[in-house]
Design a protein around this ligand. Structure first.
Ligand code: NDP
Length: 492
């Protein structure tokens, strides 16, 4: 009876399918993983628990599709990808709701940021490919060299749960546009919009050009990255996973792009535009519940305005509404999983043990009614910690920021550069010379001056130190997904 009930319950739930060889299919092993809705803490769909057999089929299918896709004219590839864009845009609300339900982020945020950006990623590279050119190098009267850039083959694209469709498409789009075929794995924690994308692509792209396999990283992810017929891997996720993948890929000489963790500094000088710095710091601290790799989790404020900034910041943070993601007034929604919520709460405890004072927040939020078991945490501001304590060194990836004063540029550079990460940094100052000086001295792949998360998709995107290897974006991505070959012609 119990078994029958369970069968009935699961039969009613939406079942996500793999996308292999142009078809939406069950995993070969027939096993599924429960997919939770962060807003309620309840299971709401089933995800394929795929394994190496599904990966094998997908790689085979991608390899088979590669000769035709890679030699299709770029205009035709571009036109097909632009049809995918059209379908995403036609279904914006449905995608936004699916993203919010799967991830816990406010639906307004998914509608305003995640889904439009996913469409933009495809459009950017579908049109970018029409302008992509290779170099030639003249040796005066002796010879001329030219560079051929060819697609590589089957690319593995692996992405995390924080910006599910946004980051998934950021990899897939350039890989496909330049002529590779792709086997992609979204995070098993947030698979829904990748599935919705597969439903669209199944109607538009030739079979095998894009394959999407769902399941765990240690099964699907590692079968994919260790596959001998996958010569190129683009990965975004945690630093530890990145190191595991690098260990597998290096002896196989695979081309590898790693976008990893961050612990970004937000440096606010006394001569900043106070209101602008304040309001954007609220966003850079708590957008997407602080679960953006580019969030500024360490706020350093120059002493003359420290107390004023702290007071205004804490007041505004305390007024932020944490609520169910479907409420347009919720500033913060739910965290992505129970496990992640517990990790964030454990860092709040650690901060207290390390001598920190909670200025606002610090607790789990319980919402009455339908959402009572959801995973909500108050936006939290902590003061009084040493710059090099664990709370200030380790990535938390949640609605938790620390705030501390500084007196000189040298001092704040010491603080800012103290972590093992180097993804992004933000600097607020009206002093132009200082802004350039700081940008030069700070250890990060991206520096925002008097702004945050202002993105031009042509710019190189990525981090230094343990935040990754390689750059995404613009021609960098198109170069990554192609293999250069130099041809030298003698003129004598
Ligand atoms: P993880 O590293 O845990 O997972 C990322 C992806 O890798 C998931 O799809 C995961 O599968 C998969 N994976 C796990 N193990 C392996 C393996 N051995 N081989 C291949 N694939 C594997 O990261 P999270 O999903 O927890 O994402 C959060 C992290 O991502 C944070 O550290 C954040 O900073 C970083 N990030 C970096 C960005 C950047 O641009 N630099 C942008 C956004 C996030 P599974 O489904 O099982 O988890």
């Amino acid at each position: 009876m119990q078994g029958h009930f369970l069968y009935y319950k699961f039969a009613l739930m939406e079942k996500i399918l793999n996308y292999i060889d142009g078809k939406l299919v069950d995993p070969i092993g027939g096993k599924y993983i429960e997919n939770f809705e962060p807003a309620t803490g309840k299971i709401y769909s089933m995800i394929p628990d795929s394994d190496e057999r599904d990966v094998e089929l997908a790689v085979e299918s991608a390899s088979k599709a590669f000769p035709a896709w890679s030699t299709l004219s770029k205009e035709k590839r571009s036109a097909l990808i632009l049809k995918v864009v059209e379908e995403i845009e036609n279904n914006l609300d449905e995608f936004a709701l699916a993203e919010s339900r799967d991830n816990g982020k406010p639906v307004w945020l998914a509608r305003r940021v995640d889904i439009p950006r996913a469409a933009k990623n495809f459009r950017f590279f579908a049109t970018g490919i029409l302008h992509f050119a290779s170099e030639s190098h003249s040796m005066e009267k002796t010879a001329i060299n030219y560079t051929l850039r060819s697609p590589i083959g089957v690319a593995a694209c692996i992405s995390p749960w924080n910006l599910p469709l946004y980051l998934f498409t950021w990899k897939i789009a350039p890989a496909l546009a330049v002529g590779n075929c792709v086997v992609a794995k979204p995070s098993e924690i947030t698979p829904m919009t990748a599935y919705k994308l597969a439903e669209i692509c199944a109607k538009i792209l030739p079979p095998g050009v894009l394959n999407i396999i769902h399941g765990y990283g240690h099964k699907v992810g590692s079968a994919l990255t260790s596959h001998p017929k996958v010569p190129v891997i683009s990965f975004t996720g945690g630093t530890k996973t990145g190191a595991d993948i690098a260990r597998v890929a290096a002896p196989m000489f695979k081309k590898l792009s790693l976008e990893l963790g961050g612990k970004n500094p937000n440096v606010i000088f006394a001569d900043c535009d106070f209101e602008k710095a304040l309001s954007r710091t609220l966003d850079s601290s708590f957008d997407n519940q602080g679960q953006i790799c580019l969030c500024g989790s360490r706020i350093f404020v120059e002493k003359p305005i420290y107390e004023k900034f702290k007071k205004a910041f804490v007041e505004r943070v305390a007024a932020m509404k944490v609520g169910n993601p479907y409420d347009e007034n919720s500033r913060l929604g739910a965290l992505v999983s129970k496990q992640h919520m517990e990790k964030v709460l454990s860092y709040i405890e650690l901060a207290k043990e390390e001598g920190g004072t909670i200025l606002t927040g610090g607790k789990q939020v319980r919402i009455d009614g339908e959402y009572k078991d959801g995973w909500y945490v108050e936006p939290t501001v902590i003061e009084g910690l040493a710059y090099n304590c664990r709370t200030n060194m380790e990535e938390v990836f949640g609605p938790l920021v620390t705030i501390m004063p500084f007196e000189t540029e040298e001092e704040v550079l010491l603080y800012a550069n103290a972590t093992e990460y180097g993804l992004a940094s933000t600097i607020w100052t009206e002093n132009l010379t200082r802004a350039h000086r700081m940008a030069n001295e700070i250890h990060s792949g991206i520096v925002w001056i008097n702004c945050w998360l202002l993105r031009d998709l042509r710019t190189p995107f990525g981090g230094v130190k343990n935040s990754g290897v390689g750059r995404e974006g613009g021609f960098e991505a198109m170069k990554f997904f192609t293999e250069p070959k130099n041809v030298c012609i003698s003129l004598s």
